[in-house]
Design a protein around this ligand. Structure first.
Ligand code: PEP
Ligand code: MG
Length: 590
């Protein structure tokens, strides 16, 4: 929704993703140059090349559809105008001159799909430019945009790496993939806002990890912007202000100063143990995506890394890291952790985290497709390499291995078998590995796994509950779709029961359990999780001090009473009220 606050000032609403205030200048993120390979193909490759092109067309079509849905929210003439434009995009992707031309170049000129797209686009653009018609000249940009979408999809190129940024750049984009977001350097980027994206998407998680004030799901965000306009991103309130008035600017400068002051105050808790008022000790660990985050992890006072999302080691590159490369990276990380425990999750690529080198495809339904352990078992050479690297690294400090997206006991058994054969190979070669070898755990993030947690607990050495996927799959809410973000609710009784069931199964089997989804990093839920018996939380580094502060205000026995009341309730709204009552004192609004 657009709110016009003052002359020139435009306030746009979206989802509040990562707290804080960014004040800077607009940097619209476009595709930039894409390296386009050109090669001749054989006649028997024509069909496969056309199929790749068809997949790229389908993917670009999905992007345009998403943008179209968002455009409706603009309302009035703007919605109409955007609607026409996006309709034109759709037409271009259907049986148009563009698609026919590309198919012709593949089939007759025996060109690879990327080169065929590039050549066809260039020819159409040349034709339009020669017409000297203002309307058609404007269409040139649209054709180029469609061409870039197709090329990005065909070449698996993320949006442009972020070079030559102005000071305090605020990145604005239609969409950012998690891999794109991983390229942002918080020292150079002040904030982020996009048109498309849900609150629990990996893009959102990455933005929180980087500590970038972020708002996603903002309709009409890029309309009329060229770059360089002054902008404010209010990641706490979910607002984007373009061309802020002097009053607005003054208000936000103060808000930003308050934020920084509150952060500095929280930083003083770094070396204070996380203990409830009545002395229950809670283990607070950090989630980590990129090795560069380790300094922030140590700075936050985290007692270990409860979730290393190792898939990010495979992104933004064309090849798979070798065993040696992975080993050295992990070894360095373990050494920096100085005795704190590292839990490495084996790659969870697929879904919204595409790592082309791993060969994960988008598929008809990425969230339900070949991702995580399924991909690892389908490509055992990749998983074995990773397991060997982790085992070798375990000689240098405490390590656990965590298997993502486990649905069946069999998957865990197969992963263990693989780990054991890697172990045997390393031992035979005289390569040191920790003794005993690292514990092997299962992520509980599929409802079926939670319901079978008692059986899984017999096979697993520990559990880690991933509340993001558990909520997504239990409620059938796509975590990365802003259109259903308001329905994403970890307080739904079904989700809470699955958490409770898993926690009880772990306690009965005597295995440790950690919660590492975004729920763990939200102080609003801390009392409830403690009340459910959870003593180990892993979260985005930036949230850790707030959760610790919250823990200091909690009385464990009161939290248990609160949790019992919550679990007896079946209405989500009542549950939310109960949770907020538990929360009354210790809330920390930054
Ligand atoms: C989760 O699903 O809650 C989780 C921690 O894993 P990811 O967010 O990486 O899917
Ligand atoms: Mg998950």
């Amino acid at each position: 929704m657009t709110i016009r606050a003052a002359e020139d000032e435009i306030v746009l609403e979206g989802l509040a993703i990562a707290r804080g205030v960014a004040i800077g200048v607009v940097f619209p993120h476009d595709a930039g140059t894409i390296k386009v390979p050109e090669r001749r193909i054989e006649t028997d490759q024509v069909e496969a090349e056309c199929a790749r092109f068809a997949e790229a067309v389908a993917s670009a079509g999905r992007q345009v559809e998403q943008l179209q849905e968002k455009a409706v929210d603009l309302g009035g003439a703007a919605a109409e105008e955007m609607g026409y434009l996006l309709d034109a995009y759709r037409q271009m992707l259907k049986g148009s001159r563009l698609t026919r031309g590309v198919q012709h170049r593949i089939a007759e000129k025996l060109l690879n799909a990327e080169a065929a797209v590039q050549q066809e686009i260039s020819e159409i653009v040349r034709g339009f430019e020669a017409m000297e018609d203002a309307y058609l000249a404007a269409r040139v940009a649209d054709i180029k945009d469609i061409g870039r979408r197709l090329l990005r999809s065909l070449t698996h190129t993320p949006y442009r790496p972020f070079t030559d940024l102005p000071r305090n750049a605020v990145i604005l984009a239609d969409e950012m993939t998690p891999a794109d977001t991983a390229l942002l350097d918080p020292r150079r980027v002040a904030g982020l806002a996009t048109v498309v994206g849900g609150a629990e998407s990996h893009t959102a998680i990455m933005a929180r990890s980087l500590g970038l004030p972020t708002v996603l799901g903002v309709s009409g965000l890029l309309r009329g912007l060229h770059g360089g306009e002054p902008i404010i991103v209010d990641g706490t309130g979910g607002l984007v202000v373009i061309n802020p008035s002097p009053e607005t600017m003054g208000r936000y400068r103060k808000k930003r100063a308050d934020c920084l002051r509150a952060r500095r105050a929280l930083a003083r808790l770094r070396d204070v143990p996380a203990e409830t008022r009545d002395g229950t000790r809670i283990l607070l660990q950090a989630n980590m995506e990129l090795p560069a985050e380790v300094a922030a992890v140590l700075e936050s006072g985290a007692e270990g890394i409860g979730l290393l999302r190792s898939e990010f080691m495979y992104m933004n590159r064309d090849d798979v890291p070798s065993e040696d490369e992975q080993y050295h990276l992990l070894r360095e990380l373990i050494e920096r952790l100085g005795g704190r425990r590292l839990t490495v999750r084996t790659f969870d690529a697929g879904g919204d985290k595409l790592a082309p080198a791993l060969g994960c495809s988008i598929g008809p339904n990425p969230a339900l497709g070949l991702r995580a352990i399924r991909l690892g078992l389908a490509r055992p050479e990749l998983l074995e390499t990773q397991l060997s690297a982790i085992l070798r690294a375990s000689a240098h400090g405490p390590v656990r291995i965590l298997i993502p997206m486990v649905a069946t006991v069999e998957e865990l058994r197969m992963a263990r078998k693989m780990m054991e054969s890697a172990l045997a190979r390393l031992t035979a070669a005289g390569i040191p590995v920790s003794d005993p070898p690292p514990p092997l755990g299962a992520m509980i993030e599929i409802p079926g796994a939670a319901l079978a947690a008692d059986a899984l607990a017999v096979e697993a050495d520990f559990f880690a509950i991933g509340t993001n996927d558990l909520t997504q799959y239990t409620l059938a809410i796509d975590r990365s779709d802003e259109a259903v973000a308001h329905l994403f609710n970890p307080l739904h009784p079904a989700v809470l029961r699955l958490i409770q069931f898993s926690a009880d199964a772990a306690a009965k089997a005597g295995i440790p359990l950690c919660v590492c989804g975004e729920m763990a990093g939200d102080p609003r839920y801390t009392a409830l999780l403690l009340g459910l018996g959870i003593r180990d939380l892993s979260m985005s580094t930036n949230n850790l001090p707030m959760v610790k502060q919250r823990i200091h205000t909690i009385d464990q026995s009161a939290a248990e009473i609160c949790a019992r009341a919550v679990m007896a309730e079946s209405d989500s709204a009542r549950i939310a009220m109960l949770v907020d009552t538990c929360d009354a004192d210790g809330r920390c609004e930054i």
